[in-house]
Design a protein around this ligand. Structure first.
Ligand code: NAD
Length: 472
């Protein structure tokens, strides 16, 4: 906070999900701490030290953060794995993504511009893009660093000052990045990170009337609460929420790649992904063969601590998250879905204390089952069978979510019909898990409001002043 480490009378433990061991302790920020963080950000904003800094220089500071992160690449990747649990191979991809995002927004800092608008010959009319002021960022635990960076970097590039609250389970990589930011020349008070619970610190942050913009990434339930809170202060919100994403495979698709990606689409990060391909739609012509091979490959996945380079499936983030997923698995069985594989913690003694869960596949799932309609957020795949394009389109859209979709076919007509008909914010054709810092990402329906990444994200972190000068 304000360039200094701050304590708090209360702390909480951080746990390694692979072993259940305590790996650290951080302050539990209370309402007063949050107030001070917002005041520090406000003071830094009013000082103009950041938003009136020459834009190119501002961009260079963001680039320098990326440089320091690259120098500490292995350290940050391991830290992410120890705190969050995911395989270190995946953490490396996340850290690389975060570095690219700082570079993208570092390069963009001097390209955030308004426009001139023709009105009459004696008037000059133009728009200025101004930062909002103090922006609040609430971050989930599934991609702690990448998702923090996704929103902090554009906010900073636009000249805002920031208060960020990582999820209580996973604050370490963002705290480390804040150190790099300070070493890179980011003025004190421009980036403040508070550790604490959603119920106290998160709530205090989003209800603070001195916050000018809120970015929330997390569950749809929390997002709706935050939107209601923000409404009281007329604060704009960007909501990146949950998903129940269709991954649709036609018989003419590249079988090997579609199979490999169907597996990654659900079991990467132990399924704890907003864009998880959690509903697999298989055409009836390939249904049996595809499923047999998928089951085989799934059962061969190497489960273990994420820190082991060979691990393919790490633990879930917490015991509570595993319990929640086990509850969904029980409900799937009760509702009559067919359990193809998985469903329980692995029996290996070395894994006993970690929060592991075998990769699980259900078939014969319908959209009215809990497992077919709610976001499970774990390594559980639900499989559906289809025969016609229009049927699969209807089934894929039969959900309150609308975040992401995968379509696997080489038939352009079919691909185009689905791309246009799917009610989702992001579609990948013959691909999955694709999200670059330069491509817009956001949800339709209950999956969110607004877009992160890509230049249009700047619309959320700036406001427009419309100016007219009468020259007569
Ligand atoms: P969550 O909603 O429980 O928590 C997210 C964050 O909100 C945490 O930092 C938490 O402390 C905070 N929070 C909780 N209650 C709050 C309150 N009342 N006021 C303010 N802050 C509060 O979500 P989670 O379990 O951490 O993350 C998983 C969810 O995130 C899934 O639904 C997933 O789909 C979604 N997600 C979406 C995207 C996306 O880009 N659309 C990306 C990642 C995750």
């Amino acid at each position: 906070m304000n360039g200094k480490w701050a304590g708090s009378p209360e702390t909480f433990n951080l746990v390694n999900p692979a072993s259940g061991e305590i790996i650290g302790r951080v302050p539990r920020a209370g309402e007063e701490d949050v107030k001070q963080a917002v005041e520090a950000a406000r003071k830094a904003f009013e000082s103009t030290v950041w938003h009136e800094m020459e834009q190119t220089k501002r961009g260079k500071i963001l680039m320098q953060i990326a440089t320091l992160m690259r120098e500490h690449f292995d350290e940050i990747s391991k830290l992410e794995t120890l705190n969050q649990g995911k395989p270190v191979r995946e953490s490396k991809a996340d850290v690389a993504w975060a570095i690219r995002a700082f570079e993208y927004w570092g390069g963009a800092a001097d390209k955030i511009q308004g426009e001139t608008i023709p009105v009459t010959s004696n008037r000059v009319t133009y728009t200025l893009r101004e930062p909002l002021g103090v922006t609040a960022h609430i971050i989930p635990w599934n991609y702690p660093l990448a998702l923090a960076t996704r929103s902090l970097a554009p906010a900073l590039a636009a000249g805002n000052t920031v208060v960020a609250k990582p999820a209580e389970l996973t604050p370490l990589t963002l705290l480390r990045t804040a150190e790099f930011a300070q070493k890179s020349g980011l003025p004190d008070g421009v980036l403040n990170v508070i550790t604490g619970s959603g119920a106290v610190a998160g709530r205090a942050l989003v209800s603070n009337p001195d916050v000018d913009g809120i970015t929330f990434t997390g569950s749809t339930d929390t997002g709706t609460q935050i939107m209601a809170t923000a409404a009281k202060n007329v604060t704009p919100v960007l909501l990146e929420l949950g998903g129940k994403n269709p991954n649709i495979i036609f018989p003419d698709a590249d079988h090997k790649r579609a199979l490999q990606m169907a597996k990654y689409a659900i079991f990467t990060n132990a399924g704890q992904m907003c864009l998880a391909g959690s509903r697999l739609f298989l055409h009836e012509a390939i249904y049996e063969k595809f499923l047999d091979e998928l089951r085989l490959q799934t059962e061969q996945m190497k489960i273990g601590p994420g820190i082991d380079e060979k691990t393919e499936l790490g633990p879930m983030v917490s015991r509570a998250q595993r319990e929640s997923v086990l509850g969904y698995i029980r409900s799937g069985i009760e509702d009559g879905a067919r359990l193809l594989t998985g469903d329980e913690p692995p029996a290996d003694p070395p894994l006993r204390n970690g929060f592991f869960l075998k990769p699980t596949i259900f078939t014969d799932v319908t959209s009215d089952m809990k497992i077919g309609s709610e976001e499970i957020f774990g390594p559980v795949l639900t499989v559906f069978r289809f025969s016609e394009v229009e049927d699969v389109l209807r089934l894929a859209n039969e959900t309150k979510f609308g975040l992401y979709a995968g379509v696997w076919t080489n038939d352009l007509k079919v691909a185009n019909r689905l791309v246009r008909g799917l009610q989702v914010g992001v579609v990948a054709v013959n691909d999955y898990l694709i999200a670059y810092p330069q491509t817009p990402f956001g949800g339709y329906k209950d999956s969110g409001i607004g877009y992160e990444s890509g230049m249009q994200a700047i619309n959320h972190y700036t406001r427009i002043k419309s100016v007219t000068i009468n020259t007569s």
